[in-house]
Every structure is written in C-alpha cells, then in structure tokens.
Design a protein around this ligand. Structure first.
Ligand SMILES: [Fe+2]
Ligand SMILES: [Fe+2]
Length: 149
C-alpha cells in the first residue's frame, strides 16, 4: 500500500526548509536522511496496518518524520560531539521541539528511537516502539541497498 497521500498531509514538515536540509545528508548506503525518514514512516505504517494496531497515526507520522532531525553528516561527526549513536536522538528531539510544534509524546518517541543502544531511553508509547523497530528494519535495508533510494 502506498502511504504517500497520508504522509503528504504533513506538508508543513515535508516542505519546511530545515527539514529539506536532510536531503543533503546520507543516512545509510545511498539513502538520504530525508528519504530514510519517509521510509521509516512507511515501514511503521505497514506494521501498524498489518497487525491492526490502534495508535495515534498523526503522532506516529510526525515523530517518525522528525526522528533523525540533526544537521550534520554522521559519517564525520563534528568535533566535540559524543558518539553519534548515543547523542543524535536527543539532538533530533530538541531540534524538532524548536522548529516544529511537537507534543510531549512526539518528543519522547524521537528521544527513545535508538533504544536499546540508549539503554535508559525506553520507548514510552506504542508509536515509540514502532519507530524503534521500523528504524532498525530500514537502516538494515538501506545499508544493504535493498530499498529504492
Ligand atoms: Fe536515528
Ligand atoms: Fe533513523
């Protein structure tokens, strides 16, 4: 199923100039962080529909779109930053809070998306758990280049 129509309702994020900066960075393989974020939304919606999960789809889409909202190439993490895997979820949550009007659930979903690497940041919502799972599936597929870029 294509989720383009549902995702395109979030034009305030997709067309935002800050969000579009993510087109300039590679997430995994040849996939930009912009495309990766959309892949995570689609993969997560697929899981939600397959298992008929009752979730807040809006909060899910918003959090998944913004889960990697950091503005540097993580392959060359800037000096002074901790290890990307441990630090970027907090950066993304803070950026999303500043730039977009995210609520506490959405903030928490972004913050916890690297669990269990960030062992203390356990997902607190169903949407957060799904982002965590979908992010890992997409990261593997993109790294192995088994998705379209
Ligand atoms: Fe991430
Ligand atoms: Fe991600």
């Amino acid at each position: 199923m294509s989720y383009d129509k549902e995702i395109n309702k979030h034009g305030n994020i997709l067309n935002n100039s800050k969000f579009k900066i993510l087109k300039e960075f590679i997430a995994h393989g040849k996939t930009s962080t912009f495309k990766h974020s959309i892949n995570v939304v689609k993969c997560g919606l697929g899981i939600i529909d397959k298992f008929n999960l009752k979730v807040n789809r809006d909060e899910f889409i918003k959090s998944a779109l913004l889960h990697d909202l950091y503005f540097y190439d993580w392959h060359k993490t800037p000096k002074g930053k901790g290890l990307h895997g441990f630090t970027h979820a907090k950066d993304a949550a803070e950026n999303a809070k500043k730039i977009f009007n995210i609520n506490d659930n959405e903030y928490s979903n972004i913050l916890s998306h690297m669990w269990p690497l960030n062992i203390t940041k356990i997902p607190k919502t169903k949407e957060g758990v799904i982002i965590c799972i979908a992010d890992k599936i997409c990261s593997i597929k993109e790294t192995l280049r088994i998705v379209n870029n």
